[in-house]
Design a protein around this ligand. Structure first.
Ligand SMILES: [Zn+2]
Length: 93
């Protein structure tokens, strides 16, 4: 009597889309704060999009009011979803 073995192999892949618009970069990746894929913005793009000053964005990131990712090279990327939410009321802008 012979037995057949069935092997299931599952793979997962991710794609990152980088959009360059006037020197600013936006890309999509997973945000652990939102627990979903979101647009991540460079600091420059975050300032242009929100109208919030760089210093304030850095403060909001440090206090956890907006989500961010810092690369090994020191670049800060801001979660657009958390940035576009009113940081004081939690309501989407
Ligand atoms: Zn987020």
């Amino acid at each position: 009597m012979t037995f057949a073995k069935k092997i299931l192999i599952t793979t997962e892949s991710r794609e990152i889309f980088i959009i360059r618009n006037g020197g600013t970069e936006i890309f999509t990746d997973h945000c652990s704060g939102c627990a979903t894929d979101v647009e991540l913005l460079t600091l420059e793009a975050a300032v242009l999009l929100s109208g919030i000053a760089v210093r304030e964005i850095v403060r909001l990131a440090e206090t956890g009011e907006i989500h961010f990712r810092e690369t090994a090279s020191g670049h800060l990327y801001v979660c657009r979803r958390s940035l576009c939410r009113d940081v004081h009321t939690g309501v989407a802008r």
